[in-house]
Design a protein around this ligand. Structure first.
Ligand code: SF4
Length: 301
């Protein structure tokens, strides 16, 4: 197949635009859409110090590379990568190594923080000790550590590797669960004291495009899945969206645009509440004691 733009050999068929793209035009198109999303939501601005949530998985490795390539030369911007080592034997150590390698190659400062050092036990130990699902512990403690570390290193934004597939799955899942409050939390640029603002530069590119972009740049991508990964409802939503997109290309963008139209109503319906500081650890929480401290109390009776 030839590229629809220049006649060179195509490496990718972009279903939503019905175009075949060669290496050069695929990369140009990908980077252009990332930059448009970044500008549209003012994700990156002068004098930002941006923490990148770098797990070492394919999305975050590609994000770190893309941010460095597209914005790394700007003098008034800083990037620092944060890797959270949850302590998942056999799965996390190789991705921590990938994170170390890529940040060294790109010349980006890198901080690794672990569950063991901060909470006294690894995720594997929490799972053996507690009665909650692994992802409950992982989600709460990882979010906690990412925010705390980003704030402590002086970052004003925290970039994550969420892509168009992740975003549309989350939007639909919240609708299906009738959890409109959680849906409202997806609206961009929410600023709350103590919480570092999240940005998602890949939110307008498909997951497979992230992978192709990473492969074309010969990045060290890993496709291993976490041994605790178990999301039956999200998997059903993902499969539904995949089939729907296959039949009607571009529908994931429709989901995102529909959500954007609802954003003003969601902001009105759920205005931001002022957060408290956790009475135990001082981290921001809507309650008196944060979720991480409550889980730790359960794990250390
Ligand atoms: Fe953590 Fe669950 Fe993701 Fe594994 S699948 S990294 S336990 S959230």
């Amino acid at each position: 197949m030839k590229c629809s733009i220049c006649n060179r050999k195509a490496v990718y068929f972009q279903r939503h635009s019905n175009r075949h793209l060669c290496r050069r035009h695929f990369i140009e198109d990908f980077e252009r859409r990332v930059k448009i999303a970044v500008r549209k939501h003012k994700m990156i601005e002068n004098d930002d110090r941006i923490a990148i949530a770098l797990s070492g998985g394919k999305d975050s490795v590609t994000l770190t590379f893309a941010l460095s390539k597209l914005y790394g030369k700007r003098r008034n911007l800083e990037f620092i990568a944060i890797t959270i080592d949850e302590g998942i034997e056999g799965y996390r150590p190789p991705t921590v190594e990938i994170a170390r390698k890529i940040t060294k190659e790109l010349g980006i400062e890198h901080v690794v923080v672990s569950f063991k050092e901060n909470f006294g036990m690894t995720l594997d130990e929490m799972v053996r000790r507690g009665d909650k699902k692994p992802c409950t512990y992982c989600g709460v403690f990882r979010k906690y550590l990412l925010n705390k570390t980003a704030r402590e290193i002086g970052a004003n934004k925290l970039a994550t590797g969420h892509n168009l597939d992740d975003e549309t799955q989350t939007i639909l899942l919240n609708f299906l669960n009738a959890d409109i409050e959680r849906l409202a939390r997806l609206t961009p640029q929410r600023v709350q004291e103590g919480l570092v603002m999240r940005i998602k530069p890949f939110k307008e590119v498909y997951e497979k495009e992230v992978v192709v972009y990473g492969l074309l740049h010969k990045l060290p991508l890993t496709f291993d899945e976490c041994p605790y990964s178990y999301f039956p409802v999200r998997t059903s939503v993902r499969d539904f969206l995949y089939d729907f997109e296959n039949k009607y290309p571009g529908r994931k963008y429709s989901v995102l645009r529909a959500f954007e139209k609802l954003e003003p109503c969601l902001r009105q319906l759920y205005p931001q509440i002022k957060l408290n500081m956790c009475e135990k650890c001082g981290e921001p929480t809507p309650r008196k004691i944060c979720q991480a401290c409550r889980l730790l109390d359960e794990l250390n009776p």
